[in-house]
Design a protein around this ligand. Structure first.
Ligand SMILES: Cc1ncc(COP(=O)(O)O)c(C=O)c1O
Length: 471
């Protein structure tokens, strides 16, 4: 802890000189404070957005989303081209999926990864070319497999032996040849700065390296299946390149052994590329990661004397995360007196009109976030604060550690950065809160890409519900 550090703040959280600051590495490019002090996103003032669409509200800076998607695509395209191959990028739909988002990514030349029948249905509803869809899941139902094969999806990722027969029989019944990958449990697990490498990771996904050859032989024995290659996904919010390097070191010798039985055109290295959530984060440059991974693939393929496969990646958060912010209205505020080891202090508890139902990541993963007072500028000094939701859980925290201006007040608007990924997609109706709308903003224009849920939507499944009685 540094000399002037507040004892009740974590070491990484430095008290800002100005609590109004908008750090470029955390916020979307078009999130700017106007001369009048309020913030606009994509040229639209936050006050206007909140008045028109209500709060909480997910706001996507469309230009920022596009710029990140293009950067990711060209990073992997260029890296693969530099080693004489090509890349296929699957946007991980689970991070943020609406029909408009599917259209954006398809327009940008990306493919889409889906993990359930619901995500598949949404991607298909957006009219994406089904050959651009990859289906994941450790427990796909026969119905989901049937839907995917019927739709002619470009790839299904097999996650367990039983799925081989299931997919083969569905494809056989439709007289189709279904391309498949096999998900490998490589034993590499990475999270932010560390990675763990064991013989086999103790988790539900994938097939142990030792079991893969027999399963690939089984796939190849089915005339209605076509083997594309291996797949591995080693974790999320990864800053450590070494995890990806270790993963390709484990996969490529296996890939080589499979070449003895037939073609293996692709190698899928998954997603998980990290982003900045707070001033303490320094996320890696995706271009550097792409180049380093490609270099290692080329080196190993040279050593193993095999052709460099097409490289597939599945980035989600790195595209959708930083482009999104959530707007909340401030409700109640409490200054809670703290005392520890004879030191006293205050933490300001700022309650907002959403919480764990629209952002489950802090309660699920202890994720950190960064807020800013968005509806005005304040000259008050920074106060150690905690942004909390309105749910009946003490763990309902949206930003555990932050500084906000000491005069933050009811009806101020707070914006939380980097909430584009895994916030709406993990949203729930806990305590019967309705789920927020998503708007895309660009050049002063607003597009509603998902309307807010209404009570009528939420209660539509309850046969005893009647709107007339609810007042
Ligand atoms: C198989 C697979 N691919 C890709 C992703 C996307 O990860 P991220 O959004 O962190 O890039 C995930 C996320 O859980 C995943 O499970």
């Amino acid at each position: 802890m540094s000399a002037n550090q507040n004892k009740f703040a974590p070491d990484w959280l430095v008290e800002p000189k100005d609590a109004n600051q908008i750090a470029a590495q955390i916020w979307p490019t078009n999130f700017v404070r106007s001369g009048a002090g309020d913030v606009s996103i994509g040229g639209v003032p936050v006050g206007q957005l909140a008045t028109t669409y209500g709060t909480p509200l997910f706001v996507v800076d469309q230009d920022d989303f596009f710029a990140r998607a293009k950067k990711v695509k060209s990073a992997f395209d260029d890296a693969a081209a530099s080693i004489g191959s090509s890349a296929k990028i699957y946007y991980a739909g689970k991070s943020l999926l609406t029909t408009e988002v599917v259209k954006w990514v398809e327009r940008l030349g990306l493919n889409v990864d889906v993990s359930s029948g619901g995500e598949l249905a949404l991607a298909l509803a957006a009219d994406i070319n089904p050959a651009r869809i990859g289906l994941h899941g450790n427990n796909k139902s026969l119905y989901e497999i049937g839907r995917a094969v019927t739709a002619n999806v470009g790839a299904i990722v097999i996650d367990s032996e039983i799925e081989i027969e299931r997919i083969a029989s569905v494809a056989g019944a439709q007289d189709k040849i279904q391309p498949v990958r096999i998900r490998v449990n490589s034993g590499v697990h990475a999270h932010t700065h560390e990675y763990l490498a064991t013989a086999r990771e103790d988790q539900k996904f994938g097939i142990a390296i030792a079991d893969v050859p027999a399963l690939v032989a089984k796939i190849r024995s089915h005339s209605h299946l076509k083997f594309l290659g291996l797949h591995s996904h080693i974790g999320s919010q990864i800053f450590a390149l070494e995890g990806f390097i270790e993963s390709v070191r484990r996969l490529l010798p296996l890939h080589k052994s499979l070449l003895e039985g037939g073609d293996v055109p692709e190698l899928n290295i998954g997603g998980g590329f990290g982003i900045n959530y707070t001033s303490a984060d320094d996320a890696p440059d995706i271009e550097v990661f792409a180049q380093e991974i490609a270099k290692e693939v080329a080196r190993l393929c040279g050593e193993l004397d095999i052709k460099v496969p097409v490289l597939c990646f599945e980035p989600g958060r790195v595209i959708s995360g930083p482009a999104g912010v959530t707007l909340y209205n401030v409700g109640t505020i409490k200054d809670v007196q703290l005392s520890e080891d004879g030191v006293t202090g205050v933490r300001k508890y700022v309650s907002i009109d959403g919480g764990m139902s629209d952002n489950a990541r802090p309660s699920l993963y202890k994720a950190d976030y960064t807020p800013v007072l968005a509806s005005r500028i304040s000259s008050a000094k920074p106060a150690l604060s905690r942004v909390v939701g309105k749910h009946c859980e003490s763990g309902d925290v949206v930003v555990r550690n932050c500084y906000l201006p000491e005069d933050v007040s009811p009806n101020d608007l707070l914006a939380i950065a980097a909430t584009g990924a895994y916030c709406h997609s993990l949203a729930s109706n806990y305590n019967y809160l309705t789920r927020p709308a998503i708007v895309a903003v660009k050049d002063g224009n607003v597009q509603l890409i998902l309307r807010a849920e209404t009570e009528a939507d939420m209660f539509a499944r309850d046969p005893g519900y009647s709107a007339e009685k609810t007042g």
